[in-house]
Design a protein around this ligand. Structure first.
Ligand code: DAH
Length: 340
């Protein structure tokens, strides 16, 4: 058995540095199985005349161990408290996982902002439409193929009810409710009965534009669209208008931008033509103005329609339209920076 002095020295020298060593100390000197307890059990074997002083020494030893234990425990708790209060407030916090805007929303907002800056107002309308707003008022002939079941989703119970195939229906809704000057853009979802491939989908998004006032000219349209193209794709972009046909505009055109990847020299994106098609446009057909209750002798206007998916694919160089509808976070996460 160790002597009282030896144990005393051990108590003093024992290194208590953390909660673990504090517990070791407690087990070794203060628990029921400790060597100090063994000394207590020994008291009865001591000669009676020495018993009292031996008992005192063992008691002192125990008090010493107890005291050391308490002191260390207290200072450890105190220093933990200090650590809390001097927490490093400059340390960056753990990042909070946040989502990002969908690329289609990002692009819609961008287009919208560009036109709002020059006085256009955004308006919206119903996805489920009737024949008048989607076709008839827009001067589509009765037998026009766009009305065909192959292109348009009709509601079976009611042949006049259909999912809009373009946002041009909002031209009609706007002009029916408002006299010129009119300057609106109409973002929205459209539907076509098409096979889903990397280039085409049965749901996509368009932004329609309409400007009707006195003396609106083709040159006004050209300048407005040039401004748009340069803000969207960069100040060096050039535009080109090619004659085309839409029932609701006369004359009609398709607009290309000079390829912003190769600058017009020819690459994969522009299929080596130097040009990329981005929208359809034209002067609003007088028949459409009249159908909507606007005097075509007094007013003229231009309209345009662009596909958001196409614009997004061009701008972010993605090659499969289906990615926009699959909600794969690995794809969507890549638009975090753009959505700020
Ligand atoms: N509505 C046409 C489409 O879906 C796009 C379009 C072309 C809209 C010419 C217009 C326009 O307003 O003037 O393909």
């Amino acid at each position: 058995m160790k002597s009282i002095d030896e144990l005393k020295a051990e108590i003093e020298k024992f290194k208590i540095e953390n909660a673990e060593t504090l517990e070791q100390f407690r087990l070794q000197f203060l628990s029921k199985k400790s060597e100090i307890q063994a000394l207590f059990a020994e008291i009865k074997n001591i000669a009676p005349e020495e018993r009292k002083s031996f008992g005192q020494l063992v008691n002192e030893l125990k008090d010493k161990a107890q005291q050391r234990f308490e002191e260390c425990k207290e200072s450890m708790e105190a220093s933990q408290g200090v650590q809390h209060s001097i927490a490093d407030v400059t340390r960056p916090s753990d990042s909070i996982p946040v989502g990002s805007m969908h690329p289609i929303s990002i692009m819609m907002n961008q287009v919208r902002r560009i036109f709002e800056d020059i006085g256009f107002t955004a308006v919206t309308g119903p996805d489920i439409e009737d024949d008048w707003h989607v076709f008839t008022a827009l001067n589509f002939p009765e037998e026009h193929p766009a009305r065909d079941m192959q292109d348009t989703f009709f509601v079976e119970l009611h042949p006049d009810v259909l999912l809009r195939t373009h946002t041009s229906s909002l031209q009609v809704r706007t002009m029916e409710n408002q006299q010129p000057p009119i300057r609106v853009i109409c973002p929205g979802r459209v539907f076509r009965n098409e096979a889903i491939t990397s280039r085409a989908h049965c749901i996509f998004h368009q932004v329609e534009g309409l400007y009707v006032a006195e003396n609106v000219s083709f040159a006004d349209m050209k300048q407005t669209l040039l401004y748009f193209a340069q803000r969207m794709f960069g100040p060096d972009v050039r535009i080109r208008l090619r004659p085309s046909y839409f029932p609701f505009t006369e004359p009609s055109a398709e607009m290309d931008i000079s390829c912003y990847i190769c600058g017009g020299e020819g690459c994969n994106l522009c299929k080596h033509t130097g040009w990329v098609e981005i929208l359809g446009c034209g002067m609003v057909d007088p028949n459409v103005l009249e159908n909507c209750g606007i005097d075509s002798k007094k007013y003229s206007g231009f309209a345009f329609g662009l596909g958001i998916e196409r614009m997004t694919m061009l701008k972010y160089r993605t090659n499969d339209i289906r990615l926009y509808f699959e909600n794969d976070v690995r794809f969507l996460q890549q638009f975090k920076a753009a959505s700020r």
